[in-house]
Design a protein around this ligand. Structure first.
Ligand code: NDP
Length: 335
């Protein structure tokens, strides 16, 4: 990252690629460290906030300007002085946006045990976004069969899975997305009952009324702003909102006001924010549920792949214009 971008859509020129040479081994005397060869990097919306100079306390820190961006990724251990990792292990978790990363005392890495599935899935379906869909939907929303569920940014890394989880449970599910192709994916590939392009709706509240004449039981919130206002009008009594993210606000210096918050009272809505990393202790339980679904073909997952580190800045920025179709990842190397 060259400089902080507090407002507006970041530009590719806000980031740059630098070259330096390293030895492909953990340096002498560096205990409990691993050297990773990065294979796949994950582009995630929360990274936008890290591009700001954050003044107030947040669950994440600002990136350091002049240093490599870090974030989730999939990597292979090429050298290790850590007792829990050996050369050849595959891992997912926090790594650098670089070809090789030296990680001292790794605390945010998971060893990949199931290697008979595409390793790219550990940037999405079997990684952080998958866990987000799982915790947000099952732990926060506490869904029941027959619930009316609405998902915004529904074709993305998290949303496509929330919709499929909801269908597997027997809910009625509607999703919204920002293009005709994405809307088709929702109904034809992910099995949503209905979907609409929110960019084509003059009145979002009226659109939701059309799809949920009896109201929404569960809203999986990915977008915020005007979308949240429209949803609040259409929630049912005792509805639940999992506040997962509010991507429409991330390029703003200050968030837009929400006008319909008062409905939370009258409709007795439970709205709960969550951060996925608080729930990583549930990861084994999540894999137990998802891996069989995946192998039986009951869950599918769409990825959008950019090739090479030089394509990473545009891929990251593309999340905020809706360029990505499915989980956005960047391939650094295939092995
Ligand atoms: P996506 O793969 O869904 O990519 C982002 C998508 O958001 C874009 O493709 C675009 O789709 C949509 N979007 C972008 N700008 C806007 C806008 N102004 N208004 C409406 N939609 C917009 O991302 P993820 O699935 O990875 O993330 C989804 C949400 O989940 C984000 O809010 C993210 O911050 C949050 N999140 C939260 C976590 C947590 O721990 N709480 C963890 C991971 C993610 P479209 O074309 O449909 O507009």
């Amino acid at each position: 990252l060259k400089k902080y971008v507090n407002e507006g859509l970041p530009k590719e020129s806000d980031m740059e690629i630098r070259e330096s040479s390293i030895q492909l081994k953990v340096p002498e005397g560096c205990k409990d460290s691993i050297l990773l060869k990065n294979l796949y990097l994950s582009c995630d919306p929360y990274m936008r906030n890290r591009m700001k100079k954050l003044e107030t306390s947040s669950y994440v820190d600002s990136f350091q300007t002049g240093s490599p961006i870090n974030g989730y990724g999939v990597a292979k251990v090429v050298d290790s002085t850590h007792p829990n990792y050996k050369k050849g292990d595959s891992v997912w978790g926090i790594t650098g946006w670089e070809e090789y990363s030296l990680i001292k005392a790794p605390a945010s890495l998971f060893k990949i045990e199931h290697t008979d599935v595409p390793l790219t899935y550990y940037t999405g379906l079997l990684g952080m976004p998958g866990m987000t869909a799982y915790t947000g939907f099952f732990e926060v929303c506490k869904p029941k069969k027959g619930d009316y569920v609405y998902v915004s940014a529904a074709s993305g890394a998290v949303g496509q899975l929330v919709g499929q989880f909801a269908k597997l449970l027997g809910c009625y599910v509607v999703g919204s997305a920002g293009s005709k192709d994405k809307v088709e994916l929702l109904t034809n590939k992910f099995g949503f009952d209905a979907a609409f392009n929110y960019k084509e709706e003059q009145d979002l509240g009226a659109a939701l009324k059309r799809y949920f004449p009896e109201g929404i039981d569960i809203y999986f919130e990915n977008v915020g702003g005007k979308m949240l206002d429209a949803v609040l009008l259409n929630m049912r009594i005792h509805g639940r909102i999992a506040a997962c993210g509010m991507i429409s606000q991330y390029n703003n210096e200050r968030p837009d006001p929400v006008h319909n918050l008062m409905y939370v009272v009258g409709k007795r809505i439970r709205m709960e924010g969550f951060i996925v990393s608080d729930s990583y202790h549930l990861y084994p339980k999540f894999l137990e549920l998802v891996i069989p679904f995946l192998k039986e073909g009951k869950i599918t997952y769409v990825e959008d792949t950019a090739e090479g580190l030089e394509s990473a800045p545009a891929a990251l920025i593309g999340l905020f214009t809706g360029r990505n179709v499915g989980k956005q990842l960047v391939v650094i190397s295939h092995d």
